[in-house]
Design a protein around this ligand. Structure first.
Ligand code: ZN
Ligand code: ZN
Ligand code: FE
Length: 735
């Protein structure tokens, strides 16, 4: 972003002549001048403090050519035939623009669409490439003479900034609530009044609408009721870091990402784990800082310094991003609307990360990151990976680059499925790459699998299917640029196995092409199948019943028990699953007696929170092994041990921590056996269970002590959103 203009300025500074241009492979530059000036150019290119803040240099390759006698320096049009493949993500307002925004007398003082070469919207306003203003949703706002002058002035920080605009020529905001309707400054004033008075405001942002309101319990409960969202946590937007520190403890590394150019939602530890239960029932709350000029204006001289800021979507549908849609669908939910007339051309939700070490671990890689490519250590040209289903994503390869989609959502929702299909088409156009090979999950009912098989038929494309946990493993290997055979510890909710049963706690070994299943959990019967993800008491009963415990100890009502028991023994709609997610659900229910989860995965989060209260606990429960061709951790002994300790009065948090320790213990034991058998010393961790910090840190620490090299995810999500990358890598190897 802003790289060619920077090169241009650099060339002028060093008195170099020549040109630069974008190619499919990167930026190409030809420069002639004094030897020492050429050397300082190369030195600057390799110095992260010299290059523009958002540029990422992967490699600098130089070659000597004979001087052409060029005079001056120019930016050439992108190489013919090669798409200008790099489209920048939408970035948060930069410090320079923020300064202008708050400087009285500046011609963009308090203008809500201020942006420059280093910041502002990109991905969400581009209609087609090459990236020029007429091909963006800024096309309908011709630049005024002042803006045009800046755009053409190489010394100006808005040189070649396509979305550049000002109050004279650019978009404007408007506010609508009941009979009130106003624009510009009045709109901001009315919006702030509505928020301060406890109202719910729909705000049009960069990649979609938010619903915003105060953070107090009463307002939050009203928002939950109207949005029909019971358990799921709400993210908040805080005025600044000090405001965020009232809620959470924030490390230096977290501050850097929270306040960096991408400004994702960062999951942070609450100061008081029991506080703000209305926002989230766990120990963490998702916080972001204002990232558009409009957000900043909404926090100017206000009585509040934090607002709930949640994606405006209804019942699992994708986020709303058009004005009319918002006005229609949010009627009765929002008390007012803060709109603008710059169209959002494609949705892009807020990214959600947790900071571990100094880096992001992605729950959701979206705004601020998409569509910046990931660079691979292999060529994945023309491979389209279709991802999973519930946390859908896709990835398309172009040379050594892979473009990962933004957050999509659950494909079982019809609008989401259509968003997914549109985005695939959109990415193929934007990045100038047509799929030649398709790769999808093994599950025949995933809508991503159906898309792949239908498209492979209609377009005559090759189709490869990769088992879910193999894809997770390959994803972590590709994430870390690994080529050697690895052991994969893959813990997640569910995924179809090669034996047609549901897998989910897998110790695998192998490479991109092929894996062997070395160990797993003894399968758990799930009475009612998918019903267990919400009614976790069913899994608790199953664990307890199979462990041979008196049914009374399973915390279910006895009438229900009889039915579940019948379902399990007669094998009626009780699929077997070795999913770690289900094990967490069941154990949480056994320890606490809670029968229902607010949303899928909540029990696992809450079990980790419980364990956090006893982080120093070192004991684990007893467990044993059985072997049915695959080594199986037999949890029956563990469940009996757990329930005995519970009866003896061991506290819930100690039980929760001992359960975590048990999972860490058996995973490491299995890994050690696999290592001894194969000689492999490299381990990758993947799957949604590795959002759990106790599990991740525990396994990493233990295996490193035993001289294993352990890798976790940093560029894509450990969860299902990340498997498209693994599918792509596996398909490449299989081809
Ligand atoms: Zn800026
Ligand atoms: Zn202007
Ligand atoms: Fe998964």
């Amino acid at each position: 972003m802003g790289f060619r203009p920077w090169l241009h300025r650099e060339a002028e500074k060093l008195h170099l002549n020549g040109w630069c241009r974008n190619t499919g492979q990167g930026v190409e530059m030809e420069a002639e001048g004094e030897e020492c000036d050429l050397q300082s150019l190369i030195a600057d290119l390799k110095n992260p403090d010299e290059i523009p803040p958002l540029a990422e240099i992967h490699d600098v390759a130089c070659r000597t050519v004979s001087p052409k006698g060029d005079t001056g320096f120019i930016i050439l049009a992108s190489k013919a035939g090669s798409h200008d493949t790099l489209i920048a993500p939408d970035l948060a307002i930069c410090d320079d623009c923020r300064r202008e925004l708050s400087t009285p007398g500046d011609r963009r003082y308090r203008y809500p669409f201020i942006n420059c070469t280093n910041c502002g919207p990109r991905f969400t306003i581009i209609r087609e490439v090459p990236y020029d203003r007429p091909k963006t949703s800024m096309g309908k706002f011709p630049m005024c003479p002042d803006c045009a002058r800046e755009y053409k002035d190489i010394t100006n920080r808005r040189y070649h900034a396509q979305p550049d605009c000002c109050d004279v020529c650019g978009p404007e905001i408007s506010f609508i609530s009941g009979k009130i309707s106003c624009t510009k400054e009045d709109a901001v004033a009315e919006a702030k009044k509505l928020l301060a008075g406890g109202g719910i405001l729909a705000i049009k942002g960069l990649g979609g609408f938010h619903l915003a309101c105060l953070c107090d319990d009463e307002t939050v409960i009203r928002l939950r009721k109207r949005k029909e969202r019971n358990g799921k946590p709400f993210a908040i937007m805080c005025r600044d870091i000090p405001a965020a520190e009232k809620f959470c403890n924030i490390s230096e590394a977290e501050k850097k990402i929270l306040d960096g150019p991408r400004k994702p939602i960062v999951l942070l530890d609450k100061k008081d784990p029991y506080a703000y239960a209305g926002l989230s029932r766990s120990d963490t709350v998702g916080i972001m800082l204002p990232y558009t000029p409009l957000h900043i204006l909404l926090f100017e001289n206000t009585p509040y310094d934090a607002l709930v800021m949640t994606s405006a979507n209804l019942s699992e549908k994708p986020v709303i991003f058009r004005n009319e849609e918002a006005l229609n669908e949010l009627e009765g939910i929002a008390d007012g609307f803060l709109l603008h007339n710059r169209d959002i051309l494609r949705r892009c939700d807020d990214s959600l990360v947790q900071v571990i070490g100094n880096r992001e671990v992605f729950y959701r890689r979206s705004r601020g990151y998409t569509p910046a490519p990931l660079y691979l250590h292999f060529d994945a040209d023309h491979i389209l990976a279709l991802g999973s289903e519930q946390k859908a994503s896709f990835a398309i390869g172009k040379g050594k680059r892979v473009f990962m989609s933004q957050h999509i959502g659950d494909l079982k929702n019809i609008e989401t499925l259509s968003f997914y299909e549109t985005q695939i088409h959109d990415f193929e156009n934007l990045f100038g790459v047509k799929a030649e090979t398709l790769v999808c999950d093994l599950h025949p009912d995933y809508l991503s699998t159906r898309y792949a098989s239908e498209r492979s038929k209609t377009d005559g494309l090759k189709l490869i299917q990769v088992q879910h946990h193999h894809a997770h493993m390959a994803s972590c290997m590709a994430d870390n640029g690994l080529n050697e055979p690895c052991i994969g510890i893959i813990f997640d909710g569910t995924g179809l196995g090669t034996d047609s049963t549901i897998w989910g706690s897998e110790i695998l070994y192998g490479d991109y092409r092929h894996v062997e299943r070395f160990a797993s959990l003894k399968p758990i019967p799930l009475p009612g199948g998918d019903a267990v993800t919400e009614e976790i008491g069913r899994t608790a009963f199953s664990l307890s019943y199979i462990s041979g415990l008196d049914e009374e100890t399973a915390s279910c009502t006895s009438e229900k028990n009889k039915i579940f028991k019948m379902m399990i023994t007669k094998n009626i709609n009780s699929p077997l699953s070795s999913g770690m997610g289900r094990m967490f659900d069941g154990v949480y229910s056994l320890i606490t007696g809670v029968q229902y989860a607010g949303y899928e995965g909540e029990a696992a989060v809450l079990l980790e929170c419980l364990a956090n209260r006893s982080r120093d606990e070192r004991e684990h429960f007893v467990y044993s092994w059985e072997n049915d061709g695959v080594l199986r951790m037999d949890w029956r002994v563990m469940i009996r041990d757990l329930m005995k300790q519970k009866e003896e009065g061991v506290s819930s948090s100690v039980l929760a921590m001992r359960f975590h320790n048990t999972m860490i213990e058996w995973a490491c034991e299995a890994c050690r056996n696999a290592g001894n058998q194969t000689g492999i010393r490299t381990v990758v961790l993947s799957g949604g269970s590795f959002f759990n910090r106790i599990m991740t840190e525990g396994i990493v620490r233990k295996l490193e002590e035993e001289q294993y090299t352990v890798y976790t995810h940093h560029r894509v999500s450990p969860g299902d959103e990340g498997i498209a990358l693994g599918q792509l890598a596996a398909a490449k190897a299989m081809l």
